[in-house]
Design a protein around this ligand. Structure first.
Ligand code: SF4
Ligand code: ZN
Length: 420
């Protein structure tokens, strides 16, 4: 999906050339930071009678009224209507906000949902760029790219802190929870097709993600429902239907249909992939995985680390070091990139015994996935509070100390067969 250079009525340039632009603290006028204050970004499907096309409203202070260098709240809600619009398309449109806002000269965006971060540079501010222009960009881009489903589009941007808190907690989070719950009820067995995603081939030419209900794309941003919606919106686009009618090996999750699709979509670079193994024909990794898991031979387990964690792992490697040997669209048995959400999945390295193999994770990641991971461990193995058995950097950064801890806790991986 490409961004066309369009004539949007803003006082700075708008082009994909600005997408990689970074705004340093010293060059920034203001920032909005969902990890520190209440923020969110949301698309809502409305009835055509409820909204006015191209109406852009700012509720709260403009950039002029914010202190130089300050951290502020922001919540932008893009309401759309169209007879072909479906709520399933909302997250697909939302995910594009990152590209749209980044294409603005002097404006930077990362993250999504209620964890986005936006910076506006002093230069953009001095050129006259204001909050309302974010609305212009979102309006024009959504109308431009999603014209097949969006007939009318209205944007409201809240900067009033109380309104942002209300939008985040009363509107956005319940919406995100509802989306996640829909996905939680789907299993790989309950659907007839999977989807491919090749969005990352721009950087990793042979990389193909196979997205299933229980295994989202390794970037963490493309669920099976998102891939399905992307395919409906653009049948010739990055997500294609993959049938799953000819299983070869259910244990590792290998299908003839999946192999054929992957071979075709990787231009022959990949012959076969499994969905549920990290040792046998593992899925490839591009570069944007949220997490990497790698085998830890002393405990028969795996360590997982994530992008946010800068420290050492008991594998003797940091995230960047593991990333350099895992990425690039090649299969590296024993190491695999994956999304955070996949960690609690019943299909997580199912072929090697599943989540029981997890022996170490950074503390913050462990806390993030604890509820879901503990629920899966309880359901699959009857283990209570499984995360208490998993090491982290406050317990061990080397394999010997980790092994002592795992032995003391009676971690199940210690009794499992070696993976190599
Ligand atoms: Fe698509 Fe996979 Fe890239 Fe995510 S990591 S955008 S699912 S190809
Ligand atoms: Zn990628």
């Amino acid at each position: 999906i490409k961004i066309k250079i369009t004539n949007i009525d803003i006082p700075v340039a708008f082009a994909s050339a600005f997408e990689g632009e970074i705004i340093r603290r010293g060059d920034m006028q203001v920032e909005f930071d969902g990890s520190r204050v209440d923020c969110c970004e949301l698309v809502q499907t409305m009835d055509a009678s409820e909204i006015e096309d191209h109406k852009i409203t700012v509720v709260g202070p403009e950039v002029d009224e914010m202190e130089l260098g300050s951290k502020n709240s922001i919540a932008y809600v893009v309401q759309v209507a169209g007879k072909n619009m479906q709520p399933d398309f909302e997250p697909v449109i939302e995910r594009k906000f990152h590209n749209y806002i980044n294409c603005i000269e002097g404006v930077y965006h990362t993250g999504q949902r209620d964890m986005q971060r936006v910076r506006i540079s002093k230069d953009a501010f001095n050129a006259g760029f204001r909050i309302k222009h974010i609305g212009e960009v979102l309006y024009a881009s959504v109308k431009n790219e999603f014209d097949a489903v969006v007939d009318k589009c209205q944007v409201t941007i809240y900067t009033d802190p109380a309104e942002c808190t209300r939008m985040r907690h009363e509107v956005a989070i319940p919406t995100f929870d509802k989306r996640d719950a829909r996905l939680a009820n789907l299993t790989d067995e309950s659907v007839d097709v999977y989807y491919s995603c090749i969005l990352c081939q721009a950087f990793s030419p042979s990389h193909v993600c196979v997205v299933t209900p229980e295994r989202l794309g390794l970037c963490g941003a493309v669920s099976w429902l998102d891939a399905k919606a992307t395919n409906q919106l653009d049948p010739n686009g990055p997500c294609q239907v993959i049938t799953k009618e000819r299983p070869i090996d259910e244990r590792i999750g290998e299908y003839e249909d999946v192999n054929e699709a992957v071979k075709k979509l990787s231009q022959g670079a990949l012959e076969d992939v499994s969905l549920y193994s990290i040792m046998e024909k593992p899925m490839t990794s591009c570069g944007c995985f949220e997490c990497i898991c790698g085998i830890e031979p002393f405990s028969n387990g795996v360590c997982i680390t994530n992008r946010e964690y800068a420290g050492m792992t008991p594998l003797g490697m940091t995230f960047p070091e593991l990333a350099s040997m895992t990425g690039g669209g090649v299969q590296t048995p024993g190491f695999m990139g994956h999304g955070k959400h996949f960690i609690a999945s019943k299909k997580f390295m199912k072929a090697e015994g599943g989540i029981e193999r997890i022996v170490w994770m950074p503390k913050a990641l462990k806390e993030q996935v604890a509820d879901r991971l503990n629920a899966t461990a309880k359901e699959l193995y009857g283990i209570d509070n499984f995360t208490d058995m998993i090491g982290d950097e406050t317990i061990a950064e080397d394999p010997e100390t980790l092994l002592e801890f795992l032995t003391e806790k009676g971690h199940p991986a210690l009794g499992m067969d070696p993976m190599m």
